[in-house]
Design a protein around this ligand. Sequence first.
Ligand SMILES: [Zn+2]
Length: 270
Amino acid sequence: MKLFRIAIPAVIVPAILLTLPGCNTNSSSSRKSALWEKELGAVLNTAESPDEAHKELNLKVDLIAKGSYGRRIFREMTPQYITIHSTQNYTGDAYAHAKALKRGALRGGVIGYLCWHFTVQDDAVIQHIPTDERGEHADFDGPGNRYSIGIEMCEHNGNNQLKTMERTAKLAANLMYHHKIPIENIRAHYHWPREGYSTPNKNCPHFLMENGRPGDTWRWFVGRINRHHQRLIAYDEAVRQQQQQEEEERRRNSIVLHFWDRVTHWIRVS
Ligand SMILES: [Zn+2]
């Protein structure tokens, strides 16, 4: 990361801090994310192998049949964003949503059937469509549907909401890593306005919003995704450094061997 060193006069600093939004630590939103952070514990700052992180997701692939319902038209997509939703369904778990999508029970969207890429509950992730196919989960023919991977978080009774959020954060970090999606392209459904609606920006995922819009709690959640992603990047960097070190060692050894060959040759001929 690039470090910028700019001298700011000391008198200006308190004034800036006083005017910064979201600095009120007494707000209920800050309390909520602080409590959640405490319950989950800080994201480790050690490197994590992307393969290991992928295994931890407990991902089950249960796709809607190609050519049917939400996949009745093949629409290729190069994912550039990740959109986070919550189901607001208090009875259906991830498996129930997978079944509903596979039998075309959820109607709507541009092609008549809703579909999205992943549904997450506290102990598992289910994939419904490949990440290189477009879904119908955000904003009809808008960029949310055309360019983003849609993730729904479960809210059924008995489901652990914190564990669901954390599994979602890890899934999003994994998808960022594999599709090279930057952290600023993590979006709440809220960010994709729905044309023709009286409230175009949906309060979704509602438990991460403040007064129906992204605030401190949303920023906290994106921060956790970012830290999980940094663990995967750190692993790649560690592997790269190790390879460089091994290469350097091989080079040094070959110089020594080459030198020794020359010495023994010189002894033989002299
Ligand atoms: Zn939504």
